[in-house]
Design a protein around this ligand. Structure first.
Ligand code: NAD
Length: 267
C-alpha cells in the first residue's frame, strides 16, 4: 500500500526494540498506532514518544500467546481508531541451547509467543481486514533464523521457519484481497532480545533458569532498530515480501541454497 498516512496500524511487541521503532516510524508516516505488549512501562514510553511529537497512539496490554487477548486487542483497536489496515505481528522471544536441552516449558513458551502469537494475529485481524475491502498490509517478524539455522538456536529457528512459511503462503492467499504481506528477517539488531526471559511467565519457567549464552555464528553487525523500521516502511509502500536487513545475510543464504541445489537429482 502506497499511502500509510491516515491508516490505523497495530504493532505487537511495541514496548521495546524493533516493535517500538516500527511504531514510531509508522506514526511519523501519519498512521494511528495501537501498541500491544505485556510490558506496560515500555508501552507507556512508546506511547509518550509518539504523542509528544503530535502522533496518535493507544497502548493495549496483550499477551499474544493468548487467543482471547488478541481477539480483545482487535475489538479495542477497531473501536478506538477504526479499521486496522496495517498489522505487525512482531512480538517474539528468543532462547539459547541445543535442541537436546530444550524442555517442554521452553517449547510451550517459544511456540506460544513466536508461532501462536502470529496465528492469533491472523485469526483476530484478517477476516475483519478482508471485510473492510480496502488495501492493507501484514508484516510478520521472523529472523534470519527463519531462513538459515544457527547452532544453539534450534527452538527459535523452528519458530521462525514457521513464520517464514506462513508469511510466504499468506502472501499468495491475501493477493485477491489487496492485502500485502512482508516477512522481516533481520540478523543482529540492538534490542533487549538477549533478555527475553524477562517476559517468560512463571508457569513456563525452568527450575534451573536459563542455560547459557553462546556466541552465534550467524549474527552480523548489530543494527539500530530504527534502521530496520525504515526498511519495514519501504517494504509496506513497495509491497515487498522479504525484508532482509544485512548484506552479511547473503553468504549463509547462498550456502544453504547451494546445499539444497546439490541435493536435487538431475534426472
Ligand atoms: N534483536 C534481534 O537481533 C532480532 C533479530 C531477528 C529477529 N528479531 C525478532 O524481532 C522481534 C522483536 O524483538 P526485539 O529484538 O525487538 O526484542 P525486544 O525484547 O526488545 O522486544 C520484544 C517485545 O516483545 C514483547 N513480548 C514478549 N512476549 C510477549 C507476549 N507473550 N505478548 C506480547 N508481547 C510480548 C516484549 O515485552 C518486548 O517488548 C522478535 O520477533 C524477534 O524474534 C530480533
Amino acid at each position: 500500500m502506497e499511502e500509510i498516512k491516515g491508516s490505523t496500524a497495530v504493532v505487537t511487541g511495541g514496548a521495546s526494540g524493533i516493535g517500538r521503532a516500527i511504531a514510531l516510524a509508522l506514526s511519523r508516516e501519519g498512521a494511528r498506532v495501537v501498541i500491544a505488549d505485556l510490558d506496560e512501562e515500555g508501552m507507556a514510553a512508546t506511547l509518550s514518544a509518539i504523542t509528544s511529537t503530535g502522533g496518535e497512539a493507544a497502548a493495549i496490554r496483550t499477551d499474544v500467546s493468548d487467543a482471547q487477548d488478541v481477539e480483545a486487542l482487535a475489538d479495542k483497536a477497531w473501536s478506538v481508531f477504526g479499521p486496522v489496515r496495517i498489522l505487525c505481528n512482531n512480538a517474539g522471544v528468543g532462547m539459547f541451547g541445543g535442541l537436546e536441552t530444550m524442555t517442554l516449558n521452553d517449547w510451550r513458551w517459544i511456540m506460544g509467543v513466536n508461532v501462536w502469537g502470529v496465528i492469533h494475529g491472523l485469526l483476530a485481524f484478517v477476516p475483519r481486514m478482508i471485510e473492510e475491502k480496502k488495501e492493507g498490509h501484514i508484516i510478520n517478524t521472523a529472523s534470519i533464523s527463519g531462513l538459515v539455522p544457527n547452532a544453539y538456536l534450534g527452538a527459535y529457528t523452528t519458530t521462525k521457519y514457521a513464520v517464514v512459511g506462513l508469511s510466504e503462503s499468506l502472501r499468495k492467499d491475501m493477493r485477491a484481497y489487496r492485502i500485502g504481506v512482508s516477512v522481516l528477517c533481520p540478523m543482529g539488531v540492538e534490542t533487549r532480545i538477549a533478555d527475553a526471559e524477562r517476559s517468560r511467565p512463571d508457569s513456563l519457567k525452568n527450575p534451573g533458569g536459563p542455560a547459557f549464552t553462546p556466541s552465534l555464528d550467524i549474527l552480523g553487525r548489530l543494527l539500530a532498530p530504527e534502521q530496520v523500521a525504515d526498511r519495514v516502511i519501504s517494504a509496506i509502500k513497495k509491497n515487498e515480501l522479504y525484508i532482509l536487513t544485512h548484506k552479511e545475510s547473503l553468504e549463509p543464504l547462498r550456502r544453504r541454497f547451494t546445499q539444497i541445489e546439490h541435493a536435487v537429482p538431475n534426472e
